[in-house]
Design a protein around this ligand. Structure first.
Ligand SMILES: N[C@@H](CCC(=O)N[C@@H](CS)C(=O)NCC(=O)O)C(=O)O
Length: 214
């Protein structure tokens, strides 16, 4: 059976769990990371030398990097789901995926979300957080334009890139930050919210992750 390593409060683990449910795949999950620890154990380092979650094991094959895992699940087990059939649509999905990981993820998760939940208000650099949130807003205005053309990012069905970027939307729209007008992005988020797998894995109460004073 497929095995996912990682606590389910991690946005990158949530991404993988959402994909697994969209594909109707059975899996087991092991709690590691955060308060569960376990990432420095030699058996875990053998699975992921970066000591990060998630990891997916599929028989004697294992893979880390959540985006690569989602893509692997679609290609190996998706039977056509989550993977655009057209080569150009697939290339555009890859384009948005790399765009998200190289820019948006860092500005949003590392420089906006984490400081707001894991650093006390007294110690937080509010100017830097606001600047990062503004950069995310600018990036999401670009995404907003692209979403004006279809219901999902590269067409009218959900693909792996909707899962990769869509996982961030719950936190983005529920965090107390400035957001520009992004009506197409909001409509896409509303569509994602109707999906049971999104509700189950992504729409978690992230305020539980706040440290005292954050
Ligand atoms: N680019 C990696 C990022 C992995 C990552 O930073 N994971 C975080 C959780 S979201 C982690 O392992 N943090 C340490 C911990 O949870 O203890 C991916 O997408 O898989």
């Amino acid at each position: 059976m497929l095995k996912v390593w990682g606590r389910d409060t991690s946005v990158n683990v949530q991404k993988v769990l959402w994909a697994l449910d969209e594909l109707g795949l059975a899996y087991e999950r092991v709690d590691v990371g955060g308060a569960f620890g376990g990432l420095d154990a030699p058996e875990y380092i053998a699975l992921n030398p970066n000591r990060k979650i998630p990891v997916l094991e599929d028989g004697d094959f294992s893979i880390w990097e959540s985006g690569a895992i989602v893509r692997y699940l679609a290609e190996a087990h998706g039977a056509g789901k989550l993977l655009p059939a057209d080569v150009k649509a697939r290339a555009l999905a890859t384009q948005w995926s790399i765009w998200c990981e190289s820019t948006v993820y860092v500005d949003f998760i590392a420089k906006t979300f984490i400081p707001l939940v894991r650093i006390t208000a007294a110690e937080r650099d509010t100017t830097s957080v606001a600047a990062a949130a503004d950069r995310v807003g600018t990036s999401f205005q670009i995404l907003d334009s692209a979403l004006g053309e279809h219901d999902y990012l590269v067409g009218d069905t959900l693909t792996f890139v909707d899962i990769e970027i869509g996982t961030l939307m719950h936190r983005y729209f529920t965090l107390p930050i400035n957001r520009p007008e992004v009506p197409n992005l909001e409509a896409w988020y509303e569509r994602l919210k109707t999906r049971p797998a999104y509700q189950k894995h992504v729409m978690q109460d992230w305020t539980k992750m706040k440290i005292p004073g954050a």
